[in-house]
Design a protein around this ligand. Structure first.
Ligand SMILES: Nc1ncnc2c1ncn2[C@@H]1O[C@H](COP(=O)(O)OP(=O)(O)OP(=O)(O)O)[C@@H](O)[C@H]1O
Length: 453
């Protein structure tokens, strides 16, 4: 239904009969009627996209079946009621088979039959609309549940928040360790929102030097500074109508924080070196792996900007808190890798599964993906064994891994990890860990003794 109401085209070459129908249908204030007297006139006005058409079968320039075919080509979903002055059963059957919504004979009852027919068609249209909306909602749910994998209560919570986020333009702040899927969630929000047809523009604040951020975000005019040889459209302008994803927002220095705050408040930008303000309609999603509130306390992040970008906070749990999602994701990545590389389906043997379940994945889902892909390459092509699973992340992996260790063993691991990082400098390590040097020497002595024995 357009904003004028329910728009009905009456196509009838007999002006008197056309008027009778128009008068009758106008009794419903919701109906907005337009009248045409030939097939040509009707087709010229199809851009108006009526909600329904009543079509006299015997128009001077075209027969009803021919016009109906043309209507279908332009807008296949518009219901058409054919009104004929002669009873022609075989033509009626033919038209109904072609998809005409109703076939009425011109007689004393036509007005009332038409009235009822339209009511019935409208009911069907409303029902169809409802089904379409439901399907779309369901489709959306499936869409992001197909790309963001997981069943754990922790990730279900995130799904719920994504569903809330897509319904409005509220700013979303996503927090979570590296590799937990922050960008994936931001994309899911954009592509499931009404902005999906416009751009999703991602900017990593940590990857741009502070002095270039302003021009990167807001653009610059030609000659704005040395090196600005042409006008440049910034990321905010590129995202007009769509979504900008500001990753690593905590990396912004205070000066750029002030500039960003102004833009978010005024919803307009000025290109560097430009005089004009450009109004924008951009949805903002920010992400960080840092504790922003903590940064506010330390005066490293503006409190007003913090509140401006907080919007709907979505906190992504680390992979180690997602229970069996690790196994679901592992299988998902293996299947995807096999599919992309035309390999046979690969499985994990029991020991490999155990090894994965015990590990704490400091690099989260990104690391798991890499581990599974490497495992697939190292395997015999059918089954991935324990040896094919290698953890090479930066890593304090052993340090935090969930193994059956005693406190003493953990302490030993922590000290050895820092010793290695400090090039075996005992003094520095002792200072860093706030322990006595003797603790470290004793540990080294124990280790040597156990190696000798
Ligand atoms: N739940 C998930 N299901 C499927 N793939 C995922 C999931 N979470 C993350 N990934 C994949 O893991 C990788 C890392 O995700 P993403 O880049 O979104 O993480 P991030 O939190 O933004 O990382 P960073 O903090 O380093 O920017 C991507 O390849 C992403 O597709």
């Amino acid at each position: 239904m357009n904003e004028e109401g329910y728009c009905i085209f009456i196509v009838e070459d007999d002006p008197w009969y056309g008027q009778v129908l128009e008068y009758h249908l106008n009794l419903n204030p919701d109906y907005h009627i337009r009248r045409y007297e030939s097939g040509k006139e009707l087709l010229q006005n199809m851009h108006v996209r009526p909600d329904l058409i009543t079509l006299d079968f015997s128009l001077p320039d075209m027969k009803g079946d021919e016009i109906f075919r043309k209507i279908k080509e332009i807008h296949p979903d518009i219901p058409v009621i054919v009104i004929s002055s002669q009873e022609d059963i075989s033509m009626a059957v033919k038209l109904l088979k072609m998809g005409v919504s109703d076939y009425l004979l011109k007689d004393d009852n036509t007005k009332d039959l038409l009235w009822n027919s339209i009511i019935r068609i409208r009911e069907n249209q409303n029902l169809k609309k409802e089904v379409d909306t439901l399907k779309e909602e369901l489709g959306q749910r499936f869409e992001f549940q197909n790309s963001i994998i997981g069943n754990s209560p922790a990730i279900q919570k995130v799904f719920n928040l994504i569903e809330k986020a897509v319904k409005t333009n509220i700013t979303v702040s996503i927090s979570g360790e590296t590799g937990t899927g922050k960008e994936l969630v931001a994309k899911a929000i954009h592509y499931n929102s009404s902005r999906r047809k416009n751009k999703f523009v991602a900017v990593n604040m940590g990857a741009i030097p502070n002095e270039l951020i302003e021009s990167e975000l807001f653009g610059h005019e030609k000659g704005a500074f040395t090196g600005a040889i042409t006008r440049k459209i910034g990321k905010f302008e590129q995202a007009d109508g769509g979504t900008i994803f500001l990753d690593e927002i905590a990396e912004l220095d205070l000066n750029n924080q002030t500039k960003l705050l102004r833009v978010l408040q005024e919803r307009e930008i000025t290109r560097v070196g430009g005089a004009n303000k450009v109004k924008l309609d951009v949805r903002v999603i920010v992400a960080t792996h840092q504790d922003l509130a903590e940064k506010v306390k330390k005066n490293e992040f503006r409190e007003d900007l913090f509140y401006r970008i907080l919007g709907l906070p979505i906190s992504l749990p680390p992979l180690r808190d997602r229970g069996n999602d690790v196994m679901i994701l592992a299988k998902f990545f293996l299947e995807a890798f096999a599919r992309e590389n035309n390999l046979h389906a690969l499985t994990l043997n029991a020991a490999a599964k155990q090894k994965i379940l015990k590990y704490n994945f400091p690099g989260n889902v990104r690391e798991l993906k890499a581990v599974m892909e490497l495992g697939a390459v190292l395997s015999d092509g059918k089954e991935i064994s324990e040896e094919d699973i290698t953890f090479s992340s930066v890593s304090n992996d052993k340090l935090f891994s969930v193994e059956n260790k005693t406190l003493k063993e953990y302490t030993r691991d922590i000290i050895k990890y820092h010793l290695k990082k400090n090039n075996r400098d005992v003094m520095a390590t002792a200072k860093q860990l706030d322990i006595g040097k003797s603790t470290i020497y004793n540990l080294l002595k124990d280790d040597e003794a156990s190696e000798e024995s």
